[in-house]
Ligand binder design. Sequence first.
Ligand SMILES: Cc1cc2nc3c(=O)[nH]c(=O)nc-3n(C[C@H](O)[C@H](O)[C@H](O)COP(=O)(O)OP(=O)(O)OC[C@H]3O[C@@H](n4cnc5c(N)ncnc54)[C@H](O)[C@@H]3O)c2cc1C
Length: 448
Amino acid sequence: MERYDTIVVGAGMSGTTCARILQDAGQRVLVLEARDRIGGRMNTDRTAGFSVDLGASWIHGIDGSPLWDLVQALDVPTVEFTVGSFQAGGRPIEDFDGDGRRMDAAASARWVDDVARADAALLDEIASSSPGDTYLDVTERVLDRSGLEPERIDEIREFFRHRVEEQCGAWIGDLDAHGLDEDAIEGDEVIFPRGYDELPNRIAAGLDVRLSQAVTAVSRGADGVTVTAGAENFTAASVVVTVPLGVLKAGAITFEPPLPEHMAAPLGRLGMGVFNKVFLQFPERFWDEGSYAIRALGEAGELWHSWYDVSAISGRPTLLTFAAGPLGRHLQELSDAAIVTDVLTALRTLYGDAVPEPVAHWITRWGQDPYSNGSYSYQAAGTSHIDHDALAGPADGVLHFAGEATWGDEPATVGGAYASGHRAAERVLGRSVDLAEFATRIVAAENG
Ligand SMILES: Cc1cc2nc3c(=O)[nH]c(=O)nc-3n(C[C@H](O)[C@H](O)[C@H](O)COP(=O)(O)OP(=O)(O)OC[C@H]3O[C@@H](n4cnc5c(N)ncnc54)[C@H](O)[C@@H]3O)c2cc1C
């Protein structure tokens, strides 16, 4: 049986990064991927002749971002779109009040100010929170003390709830009070007109990636590891498992001997959220030219509340909205037709008959996908960023985990996945690896 230096399980951003670094360092590397494609939760549908990113879309803040450095080194085009982290202001947003009425500039400005004040108070409240406090606990304490009238409090309450749903895929009462500490956005956000999955695909060029190979078991022995996919066994000195937290939590891979407590405990504690996308393409625009987003506050936005104008990607009028947390879990059980009707009803309460029937739609169901079993990880009440990093292991020096859920500084992101793949490769090699050199090698190989 052929023996590898390292087997990498999963060909998403973390797996391809890790494998490429190891191979460029001279290792014999095998990548086993369950899907019939590379990219994992970076998944671009190009069947309509333009890119539709069904998984990740954004770099959430390009300042000081190693991922942005990679994007620039690989000369990947991007479009500025700085509303991807549920900001209340900063860019033109069409706000509607709790009764579904368009807010004027003064009302919107007051709203943005309300959120800024509440967020400032929230920082103090989080800093003085007790272990086990949830995000719901700390936000309610802030709202109690705000002194604002009830409608304004309701709007901020909805905003906090929806921000947790979008950023974490979770219900606000399930998230730890510190669950958004790592959520700071430094600089502009960008999206990818050619499709985000260009990155893992270019990183994977030249790697031995075996598609449609779902790994079911990983065992560690005296002389390394054995990885089982279907009826086949593969052996190596070490293994880096990058499958999503949801897949690990579902027990889809058996570890023999079982995972040590320092990895099993965070695996049990961290949460896996659900965050789904609904793209609607319209024959014509009914919202303002230049608006980044549409947002319904308070009661008007209880379910569907935020729509993002992603027309720049396809050149056609397209809105992207999200169903996340409990709503996301519920809606993914419904048919496409029912979901589209529901979204249109919500839009028509804001824009009336101006909203035409869409000409196309794209809907995701990441919570039902057996190879992700959710969208991204979150800090469940009682956990911290330390749990994310602890999950990386290693176990017995030969079993490493990587992936967004293992990167405490920036979980739930492509940037976190990239950093975690880099860290796992450095741990396998036992030395540091310069990411600028990593990018240079990819470009050099592409240029022959
Ligand atoms: C709808 C959605 C929107 C998002 N938006 C953003 C965004 O705008 N910006 C951002 O930064 N992040 C975003 N994210 C998060 C981002 O996509 C992920 O954090 C990142 O892509 C994860 O990379 P990864 O390598 O950790 O995992 P993955 O990309 O999931 O890679 C893991 C791989 O393991 C494979 N696998 C699973 N089980 C097995 C098995 N048994 N055997 C072999 N292989 C297996 C999977 O098929 C997958 O290819 C979004 C995610 C979703 C779902």
